[in-house]
Design a protein around this ligand. Structure first.
Ligand code: SF4
Ligand code: SF4
Ligand code: SF4
Length: 355
């Protein structure tokens, strides 16, 4: 299926909608790493998701083979408390985010207004407007494309996992034993490569739809110029709020991603308020942590880091960092790392498994 909007249409549509949204308080790109073009935004109406996981399968079929197998044996990191993370023998795991699985579907049961309801939520990178994973990557390996896609360059990433630490949803996942750290100081510099959804960058560049959107039998997801998509999401959220008996003015309760972390290019719309969904997610994680034998108080953190993100309120991370002081202090390292990457990897870069 062809992705219909041309560049001109995107620009025209975006500008027209922008006029209506300019004074609405809707977040816009702001930080050093933010996109400067016309970002594309996805809207997901999760009330229509049947949890079939065709999107997950399509993503895996398309991209899993692009993640190389690691070298064996893997260099032992120093200090030894730095964990080796090896998912190469668990590629079939599809119920959480891993380096080989960039999308999963959360299947949730909860009680809403006294009734048991099932909710299915496809989860992946939110493609933030002001992404801390970009601004705070010490090596400049993560960047925002003009179309709003946030992607990690596997030829530059050293796998230090700073992006996962600063991401409010801990999205990127590490595969040890591959990437340029093997050519630099394998035990001391980095620990692999971080992977996450790149919103099907090569396909979108050809004018095609991302695979997870294309294959969805319920067409729960749409993609288009951000300003148009925001208008659509807000209108849909107002409908959901009204239908739920909360009143249109409660529409923000039925949206997720429009305001979180200073705004993202992934907006979920639900028939159930997201604070109820997040309460159920937290209960699920607490139970998981208990069953896994993880002791409080680290329980919540470990659960969140386990590749199954929550949907709670998220403040604007980059505003909190404070005038980007940290990001600017790190900026020179990015150039150094890029140079080292080119030096070590040669043209095109060396991947894990290539000795
Ligand atoms: S393919 Fe569509 S309906 Fe099926 S799980 Fe994915 S988003 Fe939901
Ligand atoms: S969700 Fe996390 S990994 Fe994705 S762009 Fe935002 S900060 Fe980066
Ligand atoms: S946009 Fe592409 S890479 Fe991202 S989850 Fe969907 S299929 Fe996977």
């Amino acid at each position: 299926m062809k992705f219909s909007p041309t560049r001109r249409q995107l620009l025209k549509g975006g500008l027209a909608a922008a006029a209506g949204l300019a004074a609405s308080g809707i977040p816009r790109p702001r930080s050093a790493g933010a996109a400067v073009g016309e970002p594309l935004c996805t809207v997901l109406d999760i009330s229509r998701c049947i949890g079939c996981e065709q999107c997950v399968e399509a993503c895996r079929e398309q991209w899993q083979e692009t993640v190389p197998d690691p070298v064996e044996p893997m260099p032992k990191p120093f200090p030894s408390r730095v964990p080796i993370e090896d998912w190469s023998k668990k590629k079939d795991v599809s119920d959480r985010l891993t380096p080989y699985n960039w999308l999963y579907v959360e299947h949730l049961s909860l009680t809403h207004k006294g009734e048991e309801v099932e909710v299915n939520i496809p989860r992946r990178c939110m493609h933030c407007l002001n992404p801390p994973c970009v601004d705070l990557c010490p090596f400049g390996a993560s960047r925002v494309e003009k179309n709003g896609i946030v992607r990690i360059d596997p030829d530059i990433c050293l796998g230090g996992a700073k992006c996962r630490k600063v991401c409010p949803w801990h999205i990127p996942q590490r595969q040890s034993g591959l990437g340029i750290y093997l050519d630099i100081m394998p035990s001391y510099a980095g620990n692999g490569v971080m992977f996450k959804c790149h919103r099907c960058t090569p396909l979108v560049a050809q004018g095609k739809l991302p695979r997870c959107i294309e294959v969805c039998p319920e067409q729960i997801q749409s993609i288009g110029p951000r300003d148009q998509q925001v208008k659509k999401a807000v209108a849909l959220a107002k409908q959901k709020a009204k239908a739920d008996g909360a009143g249109e003015e409660r529409w923000r309760d039925y949206l997720y991603g429009l305001f979180e972390n200073g705004g993202t290019n992934t907006i979920y719309v639900s028939a159930i308020p997201f604070h109820e969904i997040n309460r159920a997610l937290k209960a699920d994680r607490a139970q998981w942590a208990q069953e896994s034998g993880i002791k409080a108080p680290r329980r919540a953190k470990r659960a969140a880091l386990a590749g199954r993100p929550l949907m709670g309120p998220v403040a604007d991370t980059m505003a909190e960092v404070g005038n980007l002081t940290w990001a600017l202090a790190l900026a020179p390292v990015a150039g150094l790392a890029a140079g080292l990457g080119r030096l070590a990897a040669g043209k095109g870069g060396r991947k894990g498994g290539e000795r």
